[in-house]
Design a protein around this ligand. Structure first.
Ligand code: NOJ
Length: 440
């Protein structure tokens, strides 16, 4: 059989992504800590991966040795600003050291400023439900950017604002656990305002900055293509889940199924589009889901499912996502800020990884400007309401002993990063079951 390699452009960013609360441990100053104490999660974050105690160093070494040239991590607002009127200089220095740690290892840092967690004092003020959060967020962002600007030019203001708003205010799985679609859209509007304010503040401080946000994008298909009802539900859900932020940034108007809000300050506030892609949904009409506008979603019956059924391996969905991105924002650089699968024994991850990287390569061959790929995640970490039940890491973690164990996927990803490409030989070795699909 002929050998072949899907080659990537020079300078392509290959990394992994993490977030503060999921890896640091002991984050008792944020609202998630209280949510965990209240028994709303399967397990507690506890010591997590002990990054706050310095283990970020050994994990950055792992990433660097495995050929990665970039890493996405986040700043914990509650550590930087433990009280409304107090800044913690040691915490700020800690993050400066982390950014420098990447720089010293020859890796490009991508820094996220908000990844699901809020200081408890902010929650007590009404969190993202009230517009006062915009000025608060901007002040915090200014502080962080001033401190890290020697090492960081690539910024992500807010991670998955749609997931934050919908999980916290519709499904109720995230704090504050409410069920109010209108309020969710109010939260979303405030996140857009805060993003726009942060975008301008960062550019004021650092001219060369490249600022974006990370959109959780779910391609969707109607369960029965012939059913007008399923098609309508698909359109509604698609609009509600995916489009609030992008519409505000393209047109200065946040469009959602329940609200249309003018936000002219948001127009054009992105230098790249960050995409988190995991899977694609099948959507149908469900009379028992009035809170979700009678829409429901799932995966096809024959889907290649992850350990706990959370993710279906649908790589074509990533291609559809990149197509949407490239057509919606021609010429805007695209970063895949997250993509990954939970798979404790690594039986599925190698093919998931290879098949998704293959789709990125296909997209690049249409000249769509995809500039980087960040696998979620480096080491197993705290997976929010699902606790430690889902293992996304290239390295396995025993949270008790803090022992890290390399999964075969870490080797596959290292080969991809070093080669700046995916070869038929790698696929034959790590996931021969998809050889015919990738290299027919
Ligand atoms: C997206 C979120 O940004 C991240 O925090 C989470 O762990 C992954 N998805 C996996 O569910």
């Amino acid at each position: 059989m002929p050998q072949a390699t899907f080659r990537f452009p020079r300078g392509f960013l290959w990394g992994t992504a993490t977030s503060s609360h999921q890896v640091e441990g002991g984050n008792s100053g944020n609202q998630w800590w209280l949510w965990e104490e209240g028994g709303h999660t399967l397990h507690r974050s506890g010591r997590a991966c002990e990054w706050w105690n310095g283990r970020w160093k050994e994990d950055f070494d792992r990433a660097a040795e495995a050929g990665q040239n970039a890493h996405r991590f986040s700043i914990e607002w509650s550590r930087v600003q433990p009280k409304p009127d107090r800044w913690d200089e040691d915490a700020i220095e800690h993050y400066r050291q982390m950014a420098r740690g990447l720089y010293d290892r020859g890796m490009t840092p991508l820094v996220t400023l908000h990844h699901f967690t809020d200081p408890i004092w902010l929650t007590e003020q009404g969190g993202w439900e009230q517009e006062g959060v915009v000025a608060r967020f901007e002040a915090y962002v200014r502080r962080v950017v001033e401190a890290l600007k020697d090492y960081v030019t690539l910024w992500c203001t807010i991670n998955e604002p749609n997931v934050y708003a919908l999980s916290g205010y519709v499904s109720g799985a995230f704090p504050p656990g409410k069920h109010d679609l209108k309020l969710a859209m109010q939260v979303m509007a405030n996140m857009i305002r805060a993003h726009a304010a942060a975008y301008r503040a960062i550019h004021q401080i650092q001219r060369e900055a490249r600022v974006g946000y990370a959109l959780h994008y779910r391609p969707m298909v109607a369960r029965r293509a012939w059913s007008p009802l399923d098609r309508l539900m698909r359109a509604l859900r698609y609009q509600g889940v995916n489009m609030a932020f992008p519409s505000a940034i393209s047109e200065g108007v946040m469009r959602s199924p329940v609200a249309k809000v003018r936000l002219p300050e948001a127009k054009g506030t992105q230098d790249y589009l960050g995409i988190n892609y995991y899977s694609q949904d099948t959507v149908w009409f469900n009379l028992r889901k009035p809170g979700e506008l009678f829409t429901d979603s799932g995966f096809p019956k024959d889907a290649d499912l992850s350990d706990t059924g959370f993710i279906a391996n649908i790589p074509e969905g990533l291609f559809a996502t990149l197509k949407w991105a490239a057509h919606t924002y021609p010429d805007l650089p695209i970063l895949i800020t997250e993509n990954g699968v939970e798979d404790a024994d690594d039986h599925m991850r190698p093919r998931y990884l290879a098949q998704h990287v293959h789709q990125v390569w296909r997209a690049i061959n249409f000249n769509w400007p995809v500039k980087g790929y960040f696998y979620w995640t480096l080491v197993d970490n705290f997976e929010w309401e699902r606790g430690w039940s889902q293992r996304f890491g290239l390295w396995a973690l025993d949270p008790e002993t803090q022992k890290r164990t390399r999964r075969p996927s870490a080797d596959l990803y290292a080969e991809i990063c070093r080669e700046n490409g995916l070869s038929s030989e790698m696929v034959a070795r790590y996931c021969p079951e998809v050889m015919e699909k990738l290299f027919p």
